[in-house]
Design a protein around this ligand. Structure first.
Ligand code: 5GP
Ligand code: ZN
Length: 116
């Protein structure tokens, strides 16, 4: 699995080749504000390593830093008391638009269920 792919939007964001509003970064992950926010807080968390979809992940070790970063974002944005939602869309039925895996962290308003 390549570390990054030349034609991938989120690889370019991770490499700072495309500008984004980064709110947190460490060795393994980058978190940045979604360009089209669906809630007062809408942050995308990506691994720096490229995996197109959840089905392509061959090293489940990548999930630990991603979930550590969720916890950091929850702390930074003070989402713990009111709660929040974490979403991972996969494939066409899942509504995945960008083929570099990402977790949406949504907060700041009540969420409905089921999702559309
Ligand atoms: P998906 O539907 O693949 O789960 O979510 C992709 C998300 O990426 C969408 O919420 C969309 O608004 C966001 N997005 C797409 N292009 C860009 C971009 O260039 N910059 C940022 N910050 N977000 C983007
Ligand atoms: Zn990528």
């Amino acid at each position: 699995m390549p570390e990054s792919q030349a034609d991938c939007l989120f690889c370019k964001i991770a490499l700072k080749q495309i500008k984004s509003d980064i709110v947190y970064e460490d060795e393994f992950t980058v978190a940045f504000n979604d360009i089209n926010p669906q809630a007062p807080v809408h942050i995308l968390i990506i691994p720096k390593t490229h995996y197109a979809t959840l089905d392509d992940v061959d090293d489940h070790g990548i999930y630990t830093p991603l979930f550590d970063t969720i916890a950091k974002i929850v702390g930074m944005k003070k989402l713990k008391s009111d709660g929040y939602r974490v979403v991972a869309n996969c494939g066409s039925n899942g509504g995945q638009a960008v083929n570099h895996i990402h977790l949406h962290v949504l907060g700041g308003r009540p969420m409905k269920w089921p999702p559309g």
